[in-house]
Design a protein around this ligand. Structure first.
Ligand SMILES: C[S@@+](CC[C@H](N)C(=O)[O-])C[C@H]1O[C@@H](n2cnc3c(N)ncnc32)[C@H](O)[C@@H]1O
Length: 295
């Protein structure tokens, strides 16, 4: 077990160049409070993705785990259960808002959290056996630099496993609210899916090359078709979609009235009925599960 000394988990905070400033602002001030409010619902919805990461990582008792972009800590706590009291987990995130939520849930000798930009933070060198992430690594200004920094935190033969969203058309979680909002409110300016954001890692070859350039060996991607499980059926999905994902951006763009908010929510819930069966909702999803090793 690695000893995680100090509130920052034993790492040294290096002077940081101003990278990822936009993402820090977004996850701290804009999206952070919304994620905190919806954490339980998001965790229910994204539970199948966490299972994919943990199954692939096959954590063993006594391992030291680094959880990148840990958000409110759900994946960190799950990893801590897997490695047991002789192991440890350090959850790292750029958002103080989300970290505060994680720390509220618990922080003890084996599960710690650190305020860290994964691209630049001075993690303890060779301090971890495994790096995991659920949707926390697609937001770097410079992904090669970020993964190289993480590689330095891994022990020889260490392994990384992380999940990212796959092809855009295969993910109704995003395209359903986006297309309903477009039909109702109108088109919004096109965003660049290759920029840091949820779909930046949708191309397996591109990401495997990033991992290789960062010094990892044997990078692989399992493209997994699964189903997400939002609670509350179509209405629960619409409630979430009005707060997280493309709909809030469209509402902001059109300076939508409260009546338009309500109408869009009803329209999203109606469209979501396509994925309801027996009162529960099953949203098809394509998830890229990446893995690689340290030499
Ligand atoms: C989509 S959320 C996922 C959160 C969490 N892993 C989960 O599944 O609930 C993305 C997370 O990545 C974090 N993040 C974004 N850029 C980061 C960076 N450069 N370093 C560390 N964390 C970052 C965000 O603050 C946010 O918590």
């Amino acid at each position: 077990m690695m000893h995680l000394a100090g509130a920052n988990g034993g790492g040294r905070k290096m002077p940081q160049p101003p990278v990822n400033a936009g993402q820090e602002q977004f996850w701290d001030a804009d999206a952070g409070p919304i994620w905190v409010r919806n954490m339980r619902a998001m965790d229910v919805c994204l539970a199948p993705v966490l299972s994919l990461v943990l199954d692939k990582a096959a954590l063993r008792a006594g391992e030291d785990v680094l959880d990148i972009g840990c958000g409110g800590g759900t994946s960190s706590f799950a990893a801590a259960t897997a490695v047991g009291p002789t192991g440890s987990v350090l959850g790292a995130d750029i958002s103080k808002t989300l970290l505060a939520e994680a720390r509220k849930r618990t922080e003890d000798a084996n599960t710690r959290f650190v305020d860290a930009d994964a691209q630049t933070y001075g993690f303890p060198p060779a301090g971890f056996d495994v790096m995991i992430s659920r949707f926390g690594v697609m937001f770097f200004d410079d992904p090669v630099a970020a993964f190289r920094n993480m590689a330095g935190a891994m022990r020889p033969q260490g392994r990384i496993v992380f999940a990212a969203w796959g092809a855009i058309p295969a993910n109704p979680y995003f395209i359903l609210p986006a297309s309903v909002a477009k039909a109702y409110l109108g088109p919004t300016p096109k965003s660049d899916p290759d920029a840091p954001g949820p779909f930046a890692f949708r191309d397996p070859d591109k990401v495997c090359q990033i991992l290789a350039d960062a010094g990892f060996v044997d990078p692989q991607c399992d493209v997994v078709n699964t189903t997400l499980t939002p609670e509350g059926g179509a209405d629960g999905f619409a409630e979430l979609a009005m707060q997280i994902g493309p709909a809030p951006g469209a509402l902001d763009h059109f300076n939508a009235t409260p009546a338009q908010h309500d109408a869009l929510k009803v329209r999203i819930a109606d469209a979501a009925q396509a994925y309801v069966s027996g009162g529960a909702m099953f949203v098809p999803a394509e998830i890229n599960v990446f893995s690689a090793q340290v030499a």
